[in-house]
Structure formats: C-alpha cells, structure tokens
Design a protein around this ligand. Structure first.
Ligand SMILES: [Zn+2]
Length: 133
C-alpha cells in the first residue's frame, strides 16, 4: 500500500478519534485529555479513554468571518457539544440545515476534510459533528 495517509491518522489520535481521559476517582471525563484531574489533584487516577460519538449542542454560533484557512467554508456553525459522558467539545457542525442546529439538538461525530490542500498537496482531516434526528 502506498501513501502516508494511514500513518498520519495514527499520529493524531486526539484529533481523529476523540481520544480523551477519564478520572477513575471522581468519574469525570475530559477532552482533550489531561494529565491531572482538576477535581482530585493528586488523588485523581486518569486513564485514556475514547469519547462517545454522540452528544447534544449546548451552545452554538454562526461564523461569518473565519480565520485564514477556513474562509472558503464561511458561513459555518461552531458549537459546544456535551458528549454523553459530559465531556465538552468545541466543533464545527456540518451537513445540517440551519434550522436543525439548535440548543439540545442531538449530534453525531462525522469525519471531514478540515482544510484545503497545502503546497505539498496534503489535505488535513478532523472530526466534526452533524445533527441527527
Ligand atoms: Zn477526579
């Protein structure tokens, strides 16, 4: 098999797989993962954990003026999503009608192209979320 794309995927587990951490002492999940539990400090016992793929929108905004690299995508929606384990993720919402994007809407992780090809032809991908019924 040629190409380095599969290798790149494995190098960024956090970006692609919603890899975070979970404190076995207080039961709190964190994304991105943390080295120290802010609730338990030294008593905390953090383990690596994959985050759930579904959650709900708790806050969102429509972005009209985007940072460089995202201008071709405007306008787009950016949302704070509370996953089923209560960890919160900031993510772009894709493939969803404007009227479906609202607080409380159920969302599911989707895998999307993140930017345009750079001068080496590399296209980056990342997780995003879409509204599901
Ligand atoms: Zn803890």
């Amino acid at each position: 098999m040629k190409g380095s794309a599969p290798l790149n995927w494995r190098r960024f587990p956090e970006r692609y797989n919603l890899h975070g951490s979970y404190c076995e002492n207080c039961g709190t999940a964190f994304f991105p993962g943390r080295a120290i539990c802010p609730n338990c400090r030294r008593k905390g016992k953090l383990i690596e954990q994959d985050m759930p793929r579904t959650g709900r929108i708790i806050s969102f905004t429509k972005v009209h003026v985007a940072p460089s690299g995202f201008r071709h995508e405007t306008p787009y929606h950016l949302a704070i999503i509370e996953l089923e384990n209560k960890a919160r993720v900031l993510s772009q919402i894709v493939d969803s009608e404007d009227k479906a994007i609202k607080i409380g809407a159920k969302v599911k992780k989707a895998f999307r192209r993140m930017g345009q090809a750079d001068k080496y032809g590399t296209i980056t991908y990342a997780f995003k979320f879409r509204v599901v019924d």
